[in-house]
Design a protein around this ligand. Structure first.
Ligand code: SAM
Length: 326
């Protein structure tokens, strides 16, 4: 069957396979195939493949040895994977247990199956999880060559934003100064520091900051990351005029923190502002709020208006990349 594949000369195969595996992009249900000196590596999301690699459509065989949860269950099911944990969003208890059993019986490398037990809540944006199988909510997630240890019961984390985070990280240059106002376990600042940036990550959740520090160690970037556990509004004055780049990933309420962002912004600073808005005007509210906060001190130019994903019916999760020049 024809599937999207990365095509590389055979001798570059292992390096490329590792790069794609680190980004969790290899479609395990198909065989990696060699033909006429080329290696064809099936991928799950051709849009997320790094720009230097070629994506083609190619006929590769399905893996016969891998039993999927759908094979066990006899029907399709939807789930997310985060490291060796499988995440379900199932209201009915019996159905959730049935799915968990099918997942454990399958060939997926799984240590635990969790079901969403609440919405994302409060200031720390953590949700409750019901552990259906396995014994924990901590896992190691790999994303574009970086490794993140995190506990879903203690911190916010969404694997769905991997492509978006990579898009932003690719803009980062060595020696720039980056400030993440809502850093979580470090999925922005760690790849930024990997590219040579000096980073500050702030979060009000002390467990997130503990994981951020551990993840800085795991990824060998402790010397380029300062992790601060506090309300970012209290931290901002200490970094007045400091940042070349600011990340604000606190959709729904980022506008309330724009005054702090303007405090931290240097003379020429790019702001990555995440928002959730109605599809009729997804960028307008954010853009107006940023212009108002910047006032006459900065010239404001919107460099990118981007829909990250659909959030709910008629609601979009968007990102504005905005340059502030004093
Ligand atoms: N940037 C991370 C990511 O992409 O995984 C985390 C984003 S999460 C949506 C927002 C984070 O902001 C949470 O970890 C929460 O604890 C933190 N937060 C909320 N209010 C804050 C505040 N006033 N100051 C600092 N951090 C805050």
């Amino acid at each position: 069957m024809d599937v999207p594949c990365v095509r590389v000369p055979r001798e570059e195969g292992e390096t490329t396979r590792r790069e794609l595996a680190d980004a969790d992009l290899i479609a395990d249900e198909f065989e990696i195939t060699v033909a006429e000196g080329w290696l064809y590596i099936p991928v799950t999301d051709p849009g997320a493949v790094p720009g230097h690699l070629e994506v083609v459509s190619y006929e590769v065989p399905e893996r016969e040895t891998l039993t999927t949860p759908a094979d066990v269950l006899g029907e399709e099911l939807s789930y997310e994977r985060l490291g060796d944990v499988v995440l379900l969003d199932e209201d009915a208890d019996e159905r959730a247990l049935e799915l968990a059993e099918a997942i454990l019986e399958s060939d997926l490398p799984v240590e635990a199956v969790l079901n969403k037990a609440s919405k994302i809540k409060g200031e720390t944006r953590v949700r409750d999880w019901e552990v259906l199988a396995g014994d924990g909510t901590e896992t190691v997630h790999r994303e574009y060559g970086c490794e993140f240890l995190l506990d879903l019961a203690e911190v916010y984390f969404s694997p769905r934003l991997a492509t978006e985070r990579h898009r932003v990280a690719e803009q980062v240059e060595a020696d720039e100064r980056a400030f993440d106002m809502f850093a979580g376990v470090g999925p922005f600042v760690i790849p930024f520091a990997n590219r040579g940036a000096e980073c500050v990550g702030v979060d009000v959740n002390e467990r997130a900051i503990a994981y951020l520090e551990e993840n800085a160690r795991r990824n060998g970037v402790t010397d380029r990351i300062t992790a601060i556990c506090d309300d970012v509004r209290a931290v901002a004055p200490d970094y007045e005029g400091w940042a070349d780049r600011i990340v604000m990933n606190l959709p729904h309420s980022a506008d309330a923190f724009l005054e702090s962002a303007v405090t931290v912004a240097g003379d020429d600073c790019v702001l990555h502002y995440y928002d959730i808005q109605h599809e009729d005007d997804p960028y307008g509210p954010g853009e107006r709020a940023i212009r108002e906060a910047a006032g006459s001190a900065y010239e404001v130019s919107v460099e990118t208006r981007r829909t990250v994903r659909s959030y709910a019916p008629h609601e979009l999760n968007v990102c504005l990349d905005v340059r502030l020049e004093r």
